[in-house]
Design a protein around this ligand. Structure first.
Ligand code: SF4
Length: 345
């Protein structure tokens, strides 16, 4: 093990998180899936609520997808929740409800990639797999002063090899978590806090004084902006929602959207094409939501319908159902306005 102070530092300094010290592979799995793309502070509350509602694989497998999505509401990247649910059902049907115990079987579950399989197996089963995510990549690229773009596959392989050479085979879970903590709180992007770092004696970037330039990464493409019209269509204390079947936000409920055009005329045309009879009532202003690859520049409109006619993939809901169904964060402003409209009706 070439990072000699790492584990003793971890024992004294590890972050106290609700999912730390947990050995149950199911709970580790849930936390690791939530932690992908989401800040640790945000995950803590969601994790506790999720585990209290679905304490084990059987409870998760027995729930409806809508219930799982509702508990996930606000965390984003909803395919994670759908995959968790699908994987729980697979564990029940193909593994007799027992969480798989080998890396290959864990890795084969939906939504589990190399990182998550390694995290689960190293923490729950002490198998010596390195959990390489953005944090580990940054720390290792600095300790070994890697000057090439870490997005290149051969550079990624080198980082993995260096991690594998240095992992503690007795305590692989602690080793991975120690590096995760260092990456999250000390060896942060930009200027790292080397004075507090247990890897300083081994760190080549510290010695070369170039840590703030690492890791080298090609610039990410900025998210693409697009206009989206949003229609809040009310009728007698009910409002129209549609369930998404597009890959993005699939399974979640949204108001009637006109993607690519946020003008009132565009929305009126869209409603006509749906066979909807609805009268324009008010322009409710703008809202904006930034996804990883897209930005929705939304304009919100209120329409009233003379009758709650059936709409493909749609449901007319009252205020209570509107609060209970899973809606993406992009609909937050629209939902607040919809609640006010329903109160007035
Ligand atoms: S010494 Fe500095 S650059 Fe090197 S791993 Fe530690 S925090 Fe990162």
């Amino acid at each position: 093990m070439a990072y000699p102070q790492l584990l003793s530092w971890y024992r004294q300094n590890k972050r106290t998180l609700p999912f730390r010290g947990v050995q149950d592979p199911y709970a580790i799995w849930v936390s690791e899936i939530m932690l992908q793309q989401t800040r640790t502070e945000t995950v803590a509350g969601y994790y506790l609520r999720f585990l209290s509602r679905f304490p084990d694989v059987a409870a998760l497998a027995g729930a409806s997808e809508q219930e799982v999505l509702k508990l996930w509401e606000g965390l984003g990247y909803y395919s994670r929740a759908r995959n968790l649910h699908r994987a729980a059902r697979l564990i029940l049907s193909e593994h007799n409800g027992r969480f798989p115990r080998t890396y290959e079987a864990v890795r084969a579950l939906p939504g589990i990639g190399d990182y998550t399989a390694a995290a689960i197996c190293s923490i729950a089963y002490r198998l010596p797999y390195t959990a390489i995510d953005g944090n580990l990549t940054r720390v290792i690229s600095r300790v070994h002063d890697i000057q090439e773009d870490v997005g290149i596959p051969s550079v990624q392989r080198r980082i993995r090899q260096l991690a594998e050479e240095n992992i503690d085979r007795q305590n692989p879970g602690d080793w991975n978590q120690a590096l995760m903590d260092i990456g999250a709180s000390i060896c942060v992007p930009g200027t790292p806090d080397c004075a507090r770092c247990p890897l300083r004696d081994q760190c080549e970037a510290y010695r070369q004084d170039d840590a703030d330039l690492l890791p080298v990464r090609a610039a990410a493409k900025p998210p693409l902006p697009g206009d989206v019209g949003v229609a809040l269509i009310t009728c007698g204390g009910h409002i129209l929602l549609q369930q998404r079947d597009a890959a993005m936000l699939r399974g979640l409920w949204v108001f009637v959207l006109n993607e690519g055009n946020n003008t009132r005329e565009g929305m009126e045309k869209k409603l006509k094409s749906m066979g909807m009879r609805a009268l324009f009532s008010a322009d409710l202003g703008d809202a904006r939501h930034v996804f990883t690859h897209r930005i929705w520049n939304m304009r919100l409109y209120h329409f009233t319908a003379p009758a709650a006619a059936p709409v493909k993939g749609g449901r007319w809901v009252d205020a209570e159902a509107l609060a209970a169904l899973p809606l993406p964060t992009a609909m937050k402003t629209a939902r607040q306005l919809a609640m006010e409209l329903l109160k007035e009706e």
